[in-house]
Design a protein. Structure first.
Length: 255
């Protein structure tokens, strides 16, 4: 997620869906907002190309988005939203919404920080006690992660899920904090550190989840396939495990 702004790019215009409407009061404690791109070849997982070709990268991306939808559907006390780009009207998102009972919405804003801030603020305004934003780059993230995030937010203002490359895969807030997203160089390894510095300057406390390794490069795929510290603790979907193995077999000796 946001080492490089990978929560996804979005159009600047709002086609915001029903989770922003002043509809009935919310029944869940929190909102889980999954930021995702449609699996369009040439527009997703571009850092994997080469050695992957755009179709392979799109296939992997699509599988990982489906994983998040599958893995989060049984989580209690959270309403789930899929923040889409380029449009929630894309057939991929419509299928996910129908299959996994996700509420679709658009990503709104000119950069990643604005988009996350918009999604979180709208969720809090609707009445949720807290909002979690997550990307789709962590294979088989445990449902316990979301429970721990909610637990940390009982005593902390902000929760972050750090990645080994200097970014974070999850951010959660219980109060609007627009300053936390301003002037962040999303494409650098300093995203986590800068966010923590901003939180301190704003007088906000921060709780940290476990470090995770996201899938940004082919070396990350190799690590999940060959390193027991990653592959052994993961319960990958059969679909994504097969995609990883196939890509490793095709390109492992070439990378």
């Amino acid at each position: 997620m946001p080492r490089s702004g990978k929560l996804s790019r979005s159009s600047r215009h709002s086609h915001t869906k029903n989770y922003l409407d002043p509809s009935p009061p919310v029944s869940a404690e929190g909102a889980l907002i999954i930021f995702a791109k449609a699996p369009i070849p040439g527009q997703v997982k571009t850092r994997l190309c080469p050695p992957l070709n755009p179709d392979e990268a799109a296939s992997l991306h699509g599988s990982m988005v489906m994983d998040i939808a599958e893995q989060t559907r049984g989580i209690r006390r959270l309403d789930r939203f899929l923040a889409c780009t380029p449009s929630s009207d894309h057939a991929f998102f419509q299928t996910l919404a129908a299959r996994y009972r996700l509420t679709l919405c658009e990503q709104v804003g000119d950069d990643l920080g604005q988009r996350m801030n918009h999604a979180i603020n709208k969720s809090l305004k609707k009445g949720y006690q807290y909002a979690l934003v997550i990307g789709t780059d962590i294979p088989a993230l445990s449902p316990e992660t979301y429970k721990k995030a909610a637990f940390l937010l009982k005593t902390q203002d902000i929760v972050l899920g750090p990645t080994h490359d200097g970014g974070y895969y999850l951010i959660g807030l219980k109060h609007p904090t627009p300053g936390i997203f301003v002037d962040i160089a999303w494409s650098t390894e300093n995203v986590l550190a800068l966010t923590q510095e901003k939180a301190q300057a704003l007088g906000r406390t921060v709780g940290l989840l476990d470090f995770e390794r996201d899938v940004d490069t082919f070396e990350d795929i190799e690590a999940f396939v060959t390193t027991s510290s990653y592959s052994g603790k993961r319960k990958l979907s059969t679909r994504t495990a097969n995609v990883f193995q196939t890509l490793f077999q095709r390109h492992g000796t070439k990378s």
